[in-house]
Design a protein around this ligand. Structure first.
Ligand SMILES: [Zn+2]
Length: 201
């Protein structure tokens, strides 16, 4: 208790990047590319919430995803990230509804995938990514685009859904055996619906 007052002064240094990011972003989506689309939340509401509000925020998110691009992210790169994010979301939503995606969005995904040179490396902690020194942000985006392509272009595509949670509209991969999952996360949207039902009763 004696060091309680000092906790807040040094708190930045005590927390991990993931903890910092967890305060700003929702990081509970199992699919990396969909986790990226969740940086705009409340998509199905009249008031979507943009959480990627600055290059620093983007750096924080990428760091938590194991794609730390270093300190230098430009506004243009942030804009490119948002463009990629929205292309991923539109393609995913189209697939979830059994529709064809827009060629332009598919083009953004492919160009972003091709535009970087990330290397997958095997470590004791599992697979991780090594970004090049020259274009780390582009490399990081390439990883996210490749992740989206890996879901959109395989049997996984049949399991893509948009969340039924109130106002959510987030993408998720329904890996449940019965294929009857309705929420992007039980902890957030699932619980919210449960509570609403209880109140209604
Ligand atoms: Zn949701």
């Amino acid at each position: 208790m004696s060091n309680r007052p000092g906790r807040f002064i040094g708190i930045r240094g005590e927390r991990t990047v993931a903890e910092d990011a967890g305060r700003v972003f929702r990081l509970d989506n199992e699919v990396l590319a969909f986790r990226f689309t969740a940086t705009l939340s409340h998509r199905a509401s009249t008031d979507p919430l943009e959480r990627l509000t600055s290059p620093e925020r983007l750096r924080l998110w990428l760091g938590a995803a194991g794609l730390d691009p270093g300190p230098d992210i430009t506004e243009q790169e942030l804009a490119a990230g948002v463009r990629l994010r929205e292309a991923i979301h539109r393609v995913g939503r189209a697939i979830s509804r059994g529709r064809t995606w827009a060629a332009g969005d598919c083009g953004v995904l492919n160009a972003t995938s091709e535009g970087g040179r990330p290397a997958a490396v095997l470590t004791a902690g599992g697979r991780s990514w090594r970004l090049s020194g020259e274009s780390p942000v582009r490399d990081a985006f390439s990883v996210v685009a490749q992740d989206a392509i890996a879901v959109f272009g395989t049997q996984d595509a049949g399991r893509i859904k948009t969340c039924d949670g109130p106002g959510c509209g987030g993408l998720f991969l329904d890996t449940s055996r019965g294929g009857n999952r309705r929420w992007c996360s039980m902890n957030t949207c699932g619980n919210r619906v449960k509570k609403l039902r209880m109140v209604a009763r």
